[in-house]
Ligand binder design. Structure first.
Ligand SMILES: CC(C)(COP(=O)(O)OP(=O)(O)OC[C@H]1O[C@@H](n2cnc3c(N)ncnc32)[C@H](O)[C@@H]1OP(=O)(O)O)[C@@H](O)C(=O)NCCC(=O)NCCS
Length: 168
């Protein structure tokens, strides 16, 4: 599957019961491909980039083997210093590999990369009802920092909460 397909599959599984089903059913990997091309074009190493997870068995066999990805860059939040605060914009794994440490490997790779790029803190916005992701971040020494924001998806509004970790 391609990155866009992983994105849609992960979304549909992670947000079932948390976001309106009609919205999840309507997600189209083809639309996401265009958005992914824009993201890849925006890559500005070492401060903005995408890391992908590829199983050992399929290393070298091309983008079809991607089972997860993380997109990071400087914080987009008005209250944060873009030179020191990195943001993990998206972190998604294919549901077939959940709970098999791929997320841990990706998050560690993000930590290493943003630290190398000179950031001292990392943040991420998480849907408040996404208890799996919240547990995952807490397991990796991230914490809810008290910031919340309404997230307007057009047809519905949800609440996102911000997680944070110090990169020592
Ligand atoms: C969240 C996500 C990235 C975690 O990756 P993963 O590879 O499944 O997680 P790992 O196997 O590395 O888990 C490490 C630890 O995190 C915690 N954790 C992970 N998934 C969890 C879950 N569903 N429920 C509770 N705790 C969880 C556990 O403490 C786990 O350790 P354990 O398995 O020994 O109990 C992945 O499940 C995913 O892509 N989910 C859907 C998309 C999403 O919500 N992304 C985050 C958006 S901000």
């Amino acid at each position: 599957v391609t990155i866009a397909a992983v994105h849609v599959r992960s979304w549909q599984a992670a947000y079932r019961g948390l976001l309106p089903q009609a919205y999840l059913d309507g997600m189209d990997p083809h639309e996401h491909e265009g958005r992914w091309r824009d993201i890849l074009d925006a890559t500005s190493w070492p401060t903005t980039g995408v890391l992908v997870a590829v199983p050992d068995s399929s290393a070298g066999s091309g983008s079809e083997a991607v089972v997860g990805f993380a997109f990071f860059g400087p914080s987009r939040d008005g209250d944060s210093d873009t030179a020191t605060v990195a943001e993990l914009y998206t972190l998604y794994l294919d549901p077939d590999v959940w709970r098999r440490r791929m997320g841990t490997l990706l998050l560690q790779a993000v930590h290493d990369q943003v630290r190398r790029a000179g950031f001292t803190t990392a943040t991420a916005w998480v849907l408040d009802t996404n208890t799996a992701a919240r547990s995952f971040y807490e397991h990796h020494a991230w914490h809810f920092d008290g910031a919340t924001t309404p997230h307007d998806w057009g047809d519905f509004v949800v609440t996102d909460v911000r997680y944070r970790t110090a990169l020592s």
